[in-house]
Design a protein around this ligand. Structure first.
Ligand SMILES: Nc1ncnc2c1ncn2[C@@H]1O[C@H](COP(=O)(O)OP(=O)(O)OP(=O)(O)O)[C@@H](O)[C@H]1O
Length: 237
């Protein structure tokens, strides 16, 4: 599904790369956790995968095609990949939560009844029906995170990428999110999650990819194959 070959990315030519020579393959149905210290490059990788940033070197393949900057290619990424940002407020721009969740399916060309049904289903699934007519930017951080997730789910993407999705969520919603992501993965969705919380990761993912402070990918393994010292290191992140 995703294949990265020797990808490097630098925000500023005067600085060291934020991602250094990354090779990574992700297959459909994978549930991958990205871990690593602050600033190691996890969000940068997500922005490359979603087409928001273009790597200076290396090749990025999505569904066996080289990703380039053409509108067609970018639209394809946008249709197939849903991205819940670390700061959800940056991705909410509609006047109501209902409109926020309706925006994606409308763009996909769904008729009005189908859009309304999808939005209602996702509001119910997330337990946020009471927020439907609220203004997104006036919501709490946790509420905004749920709305951002909802706006991704209404598009029914094949891949769901979540950057630190548990931040700001109450315990009840953390549990709900874990169950939801498990059921989405069981239904065939490919899921990538960045988190610093090994405990949460261990309940979810089947694979862990780890970056170091030098922005290199230093470990890529099944969670079940982690050694005790590796697990102890991940619990410190
Ligand atoms: N817009 C930007 N301009 C310049 N440098 C940036 C920018 N965004 C990120 N960086 C730098 O790129 C590196 C990787 O940052 P990134 O946000 O990808 O890390 P991260 O692993 O997601 O961190 P965290 O766990 O803190 O969220 C860091 O050194 C960061 O300072």
């Amino acid at each position: 599904m995703f294949k990265l070959k020797n990808i490097s990315f630098t925000y500023d030519a005067t600085q060291a790369p934020s991602l250094a020579d990354i090779n990574l393959t992700i297959t459909p149905g994978d549930f991958v956790a990205l871990m690593g210290p602050n600033g190691s490059g996890k969000s940068t990788l997500f922005k490359i995968l979603t087409g928001l940033l273009k790597p200076q070197t290396g090749t990025y393949y999505f569904e066996d095609k080289v990703v380039n900057s053409t509108d067609r290619c970018q639209n394809h990424l946008h249709q197939r990949i849903g991205f819940v940002f670390q700061n959800s407020d940056v991705q909410l721009f509609n006047d109501t939560v209902f409109e926020e969740l309706a925006f994606g399916p409308k763009q996909q060309g769904l008729v009005s009844d189908a859009v309304n049904q999808r939005v209602t289903d996702i509001l119910t699934l997330l337990g946020i029906e009471a927020l439907a007519q609220r203004v997104p930017y006036q919501l709490s951080g946790g509420e905004q995170k749920l709305v951002a997730l909802g706006s991704v789910l209404t598009m029914n993407p094949a891949v769901i990428i979540l950057d630190e999705p548990y931040n700001g969520l109450s315990m009840a919603y953390q549990t709900k999110l874990t169950q939801l992501l498990q059921s989405l993965n069981a239904a065939g969705k490919t899921i990538l999650v960045a988190s610093h919380n090994f405990q949460q990761i261990a309940e979810l993912a089947n694979r862990v990819v780890v970056f170091n402070a030098q922005h290199q990918l230093v470990l890529d393994t099944a969670l079940s194959a982690l050694t005790a010292p590796q697990e102890a290191d991940l619990r410190q992140l």
